[in-house]
Design a protein around this ligand. Sequence first.
Ligand SMILES: *Cc1c(COP(=O)(O)O)cnc(C)c1O
Length: 380
Amino acid sequence: MIPRRTLKKLAEQNGTPLFVVDHNELRRNYATFKKYLPRVQAYYAVKANPDPAIVKTLFDAGASFDVASMPEFRIVYEYIKDMPDKQRQDWIWDKIIYANPIKANETLQELNPYKPLVTYDNYEEIRKIKKHAPQAGLALRLKVTNTGAMVELSSKFGAAPGEAVDLILAADKVGLTVEGISFHVGSQTTNFGNYVAAINLAANIFKEAKDRGYSKMNLLDIGGGFPAPYDDTVKPFRELAGIINRELNRLFPKNIQILAEPGRFLCATAATAVSKIIGKAVREGKLCYYVNDGVYHTFSGVIFDHCHYHMKSFKRGPTQICSVFGPTCDALDVVSMAEELPGDLQLGDLLYSEQIGAYSHASSTWFNGFPPATVVHINQ
Ligand SMILES: *Cc1c(COP(=O)(O)O)cnc(C)c1O
């Protein structure tokens, strides 16, 4: 956690709303991931927080990257563009996965010269890849159970297990190479059984593909979903890692490369938002604080990520249950209907919210003319 006096000082220097990123925490999270999942290569899911400085720190720490659009690809490419051609080509092949199963033709054309690894989950996509990015390697995205995840991802993407091997053989038939299988168990998955079920399903599909004559698969991508420790109901990462390692070692021989796409796990705990109280009212008997950051901005995760962030005060005093509202004119702009805060906070006082690094600033807008929070990096 970033010390309160540091947050206060930074807010004085830079104004609010402020989004403070601690790069030591990014490096710690990456090291934790590597330590407990030594067999797994971590591809940071850039969409969780695409700040180029975050990408750079993880790049320097040795991370690989999951990108899902050309702008995300270019954020990573910036750090490898000066490598010699061959080295850059190998780096992209080894360290970037374009993990959006649906890609526009124009995107595929742009990607093709880089010979990337891309995911797919349907026949139309095979035709598109064959025509527009024949140099790409493929990973089949499998539909897996997302039970108990905070953010469900299986209704939009993933081949049904019964169709998986047909889709692998169909790609092979047109001369594309399916390198392996990917899945996503849902974001902020606290139900560790999802990983067990998905890894077992993937192992069955490897076997069925082999039985039906396809034995070129050499990678398994276990996706994202690794939970951030938002509260003590989230069991330790070490426990999840133990379960994953056990299943991987039981079902996948050492020559199968294992990838993962952690987003939230790497960046959620690395940022704190600081906002300022700009209004105060009592409505229907409840104290309401209005702050200069809200759900169209850093707190966008309240809407898109189904995430709840706690607001804390720098000042102490008798507390009560308050509402905290964002600055825009939209009644949807509610940070929280129930925060325990001191009742005597004044206009100009600051509030802060920790563990807000993922799916927050990333989806901030300019709605109603209010700009996104200023970003400050510490321990860079
Ligand atoms: C969003 C996403 C991720 C990152 O998920 P987290 O739950 O943040 O780890 C990884 N892979 C894909 C394909 C995604 O869409």
